[in-house]
Design a protein around this ligand. Structure first.
Ligand SMILES: Nc1ncnc2c1ncn2[C@@H]1O[C@H](COP(=O)(O)OP(=O)(O)OP(=O)(O)O)[C@@H](O)[C@H]1O
Length: 621
C-alpha cells in the first residue's frame, strides 16, 4: 500500500468472497490444514509428534474394542453350547484393559493439548502484537482497522482450536479407517451406507460455519463499543470524572443497551444455527437407522450371525461418534479458517511495516532540515491540516511552533518526527527527501515527546529508558537524563528510587503528579541520543519555576542538538532562535521574538494578550 493512500479496505466479508472465488472448498481445507499444521509444528514439534502418536494409538484401540466385543458376544452365545466362564475371562479382561487405556490416553491427550495450545497462542500473539506495534499511524485513524484488530484479538485462540480440530480429525480418520475395516470385514455394504449417513452433516456444518463468521463480523462494532464502555467504567484515569459527573449509571445503561442488542442478535443467530444443526443431525440419524434396519435384515437373511451383528452395531455406534468428531473437526477448521483469514489480512499489514526499513540510512547528523511546500490531510479528512508549509531549520537551533488550537502544530511535529509522510511537498534533510530514507531510521534520529505521552506502569528507570529501546538500559544515562529534566530529585526520594514502579496498578508502585510525569517524559526524550528533539507542549503541566529551569538549561542540555518545541506560553517561546506562527494549517509569520514583535502581526497580538493578562494581575495588586 502506498503511504499516501487511504488504509486498504479491511472488509472481512469481501475478503471471504475473494477467498471463496479463488479456491474450492477442498483446496481451501488443504491450505488451512497446511497452515495450521505448520503453526502447530513451529509451536511444539515434540508435543505435536506425541499427540499424533496418541491419536493413532487411540484409534487402533477403538478398532480392537470392536473385535473384542465380537469375541465377547460369541463366547456369551456359546455359553449354552459348551463354552465356560473361563473362556469369557480373556475377552472380558481385554475389554477392561482397552477401556482403561483409552481413558488414560484421553487425559494425557487433553493435558498435552493444553500445553501445545498455549504455545500456539503465544506464537500468534507475538506476530499480531508485532504488527500492531509496527503499522503506520494512518491505520489508527481508521475504524475498520480497529474492527479487524478486535476480531484478531478475540480470536487469538483460533489456531489452537484448529490444531485441536486437526488432531481430532486425525484421530477420527484413523478410527474410522480402523473400525471401518472391521465393519467391512463383517459386511462390505455397511461402510458406504455409513458414509452416506454423514453427508447431511457435512453440508449443514459448512453452512453453520459461514453463519458463525457472519455473526462475528456483524457484531464487531457492537463488541468494540461494549469493550470501550467497560474500559471507561473500570479505568483508573476515568474513575475520577465518572464519579465527579455521576456518569456511572448513564454509561452502565449505555452498556446495557449495547448488550441487549447483542443478545437479541444472538438469539436470532442461535435459532438459525440450531435449525441447521437439527436438520443435519435428523437426516443423518434417519440414514444411520436405515443402516441398523439393514443389519437386522442381514441377520434374518443369515448373511451375518448374532455376534457379528452385535459387533457391527457397536462399530456403527463408534463410527457414528467418530464421524461426528471428524465432521466437527472439519467444521471447526472451516469456521476458524474464516477468522484466520482475518489474522492473515492483519499480518499482511506487517509487510508494509517492514518496508519502513527499506531505504537509505539518513546521516547521523544534519546541517539543515528544509520543509518545502508541505501539505497534509488526515486519512478520511477532506480538510488540509497543513498547507504550503515552508521552513528552514539550521542544526543546533531552537525552534518554537506557536499558534491557536487546531492550527497544525502537533501535525507538523508528527511529520517532522517521521510518523506521517507528507502528502504534498517534502521534508528534506540536507537536501535529501526523507522519503528516500528508511522511515524507521529517520524515527531513530528523532526524540519526540507529545502532549499525550505514555505513562508506563514500569519502573522509573524503564520509563526513562524507553527513550532508547534499541539498547540495554544505561543507568548513568538514565540519571543524567532525569537530572536534565529536573526529575532526579523526586525519583530519588521514591521508596525504591529509580526501581519504583510508577503506577498503583502493581504492588509497591507509586504514582506521580502531572508535572512530575511530564518531567519523566522529557527525561525520556533527553535519554535518546538523537540530533533532533521535538517537545510538544513540554511545560503544559510544569509549575513556573520548573518551566523556567527547563528552558534556562535547555541549550546546555541539548549540547548543540536541534530542538523544536510547541508551546502556548510566550514567556518560554521568546527564547527560541526561530518562532514559527501557524494559523489554520499555514505559516503566517516566522522570525525571532524581536522581529515578530516589531512586525506587530499575529504573534505580537498573542504575546501582548498573554502579557497583558499577567500585567493586569500585577496592576491589581
Ligand atoms: N487524527 C486526526 N484525524 C483527523 N484530523 C485531525 C487529527 N488530529 C488533528 N486533526 C485536525 O488537524 C488540525 C490540526 O490539528 P493539530 O493537532 O495539529 O493542532 P495543534 O495546533 O497542535 O492544536 P493544539 O494547540 O490544540 O494542540 C485540526 O483541525 C484537527 O482537528
Amino acid at each position: 500500500m502506498s503511504n499516501d493512500d487511504e488504509p486498504a479496505p479491511l472488509d472481512p466479508i469481501e475478503l471471504r468472497l475473494q477467498a471463496k472465488a479463488g479456491r474450492r472448498s477442498a483446496g481451501r481445507l488443504g491450505s488451512l490444514v497446511h497452515k495450521s499444521t505448520r503453526l502447530m509444528w513451529q509451536a511444539g514439534p515434540r508435543k505435536s509428534i506425541v499427540l499424533t502418536c496418541i491419536q493413532v494409538i487411540n484409534a487402533a484401540l477403538l478398532a480392537a474394542q470392536v473385535v473384542v466385543v465380537e469375541r465377547l458376544v460369541s463366547v456369551v452365545i456359546d455359553l449354552s453350547s459348551g463354552a465356560t466362564m473361563r473362556d469369557l475371562l480373556l475377552p472380558l479382561v481385554a475389554f477392561a484393559v482397552l477401556t482403561a487405556i483409552t481413558t488414560v490416553i484421553g487425559s494425557v491427550q487433553t493435558q498435552i493439548g493444553r500445553l501445545l495450545a498455549e504455545s500456539v497462542a503465544r506464537l500468534m500473539w507475538r506476530s499480531v502484537s508485532g504488527v500492531a506495534a509496527a503499522v503506520t499511524l494512518r491505520h489508527f485513524e481508521a475504524p475498520d482497522f480497529y474492527d479487524l484488530l478486535q476480531r484478531v484479538q478475540s480470536n487469538a485462540t483460533r489456531p489452537f482450536q484448529v490444531t485441536q480440530a486437526l488432531l481430532r480429525i486425525l484421530g477420527g480418520l484413523t478410527a474410522t479407517v480402523g473400525v471401518g475395516a472391521v465393519l467391512f470385514a463383517i459386511h462390505p455394504i455397511l461402510v458406504p451406507l455409513l458414509a452416506v449417513g454423514g453427508l447431511p452433516l457435512i453440508l449443514t456444518n459448512r453452512a453453520e460455519s459461514r453463519l458463525e463468521f457472519k455473526f462475528a463480523v456483524d457484531q464487531t462494532t457492537n463488541q468494540r463499543e461494549r469493550a470501550y464502555l467497560t474500559f471507561l467504567l473500570t479505568g483508573r484515569v476515568e474513575a475520577k470524572e465518572i464519579r465527579a459527573f455521576d456518569l456511572g449509571g448513564q454509561f452502565a445503561d449505555r452498556l446495557d443497551r449495547r448488550h441487549d442488542e447483542y443478545i437479541t442478535a444472538m438469539h436470532a443467530h442461535v435459532r438459525h444455527r440450531l435449525r441447521l444443526n437439527l436438520v443435519g443431525n435428523l437426516l443423518s440419524a434417519i440414514l444411520l437407522s436405515c443402516t441398523m434396519i439393514i443389519v437386522a435384515w442381514f441377520i434374518a437373511d443369515g448373511q451375518i450371525d448374532v455376534s457379528q451383528a452385535s459387533a457391527a452395531i457397536v462399530a456403527i455406534r463408534m463410527l457414528q461418534g467418530q464421524l461426528q468428531t471428524l465432521l466437527g473437526g472439519v467444521q471447526t477448521i472451516f469456521e476458524s479458517g474464516l477468522f484466520l483469514d482475518d489474522v492473515e489480512l492483519f499480518l499482511r499489514l506487517g509487510a508494509e511495516a517492514e518496508r519502513d526499513e527499506d531505504g537509505a540510512q539518513p546521516p547521523s547528523e544534519f546541517e539543515t532540515i528544509t520543509v518545502d511546500n508541505l501539505g497534509f490531510r488526515y486519512p478520511g479528512s477532506t480538510q488540509h491540516a497543513l498547507r504550503n508549509v515552508n521552513m528552514h531549520i539550521r542544526s543546533g537551533s531552537l525552534v518554537a511552533l506557536v499558534g491557536e488550537n487546531g492550527s497544525g502544530k502537533t501535525t507538523l511535529a508528527k511529520i517532522l518526527a517521521g510518523l506521517y509522510d507528507c502528502e504534498e511537498g517534502a521534508v528534506r534533510w540536507d537536501g535529501v527527501d526523507t522519503r528516500e530514507f528508511s522511515r524507521k531510521a529517520i524515527r531513530s534520529r528523532v526524540a519526540v515527546i507529545f502532549q499525550d505521552f505514555a505513562r508506563y506502569a514500569f519502573t522509573a528507570r524503564e520509563n526513562i529508558a524507553t527513550g532508547d529501546g534499541a539498547h540495554p538500559i544505561n543507568d548513568d544515562r538514565v540519571v543524567a537524563a532525569a537530572r536534565s529534566a529536573g526529575a532526579d530529585g523526586f525519583l530519588s526520594r521514591l521508596p525504591k528510587q529509580y526501581h519504583t514502579i510508577l503506577s498503583r496498578l502493581f504492588r509497591g508502585g507509586r504514582d506521580l503528579s502531572g508535572g512530575q510525569w511530564q518531567r519523566v517524559a522529557i527525561a525520556r526524550a533527553y535519554y535518546r541520543d538523537a540530533p533532533l528533539v521535538i517537545l510538544d507542549e513540554p511545560t503544559a503541566s510544569l509549575d513556573a519555576r520548573a518551566e523556567h529551569d527547563l528552558f534556562a538549561s535547555l541549550r546546555a542540555v541539548l549540547k548543540g542538538r536541534t530542538a523544536i518545541f510547541v508551546s502556548h506560553r510566550f514567556s518560554t517561546v521568546r527564547t527560541a532562535d526561530l518562532i514559527v506562527v501557524l494559523h489554520a494549517g499555514q505559516i503566517v509569520e516566522s522570525g525571532s521574538h524581536d522581529e515578530l514583535m516589531a512586525r506587530g502581526g499575529r504573534y505580537a497580538e498573542l504575546f501582548r494578550l498573554q502579557a497583558a493578562a499577567y500585567l493586569a494581575d500585577v496592576d491589581e495588586n
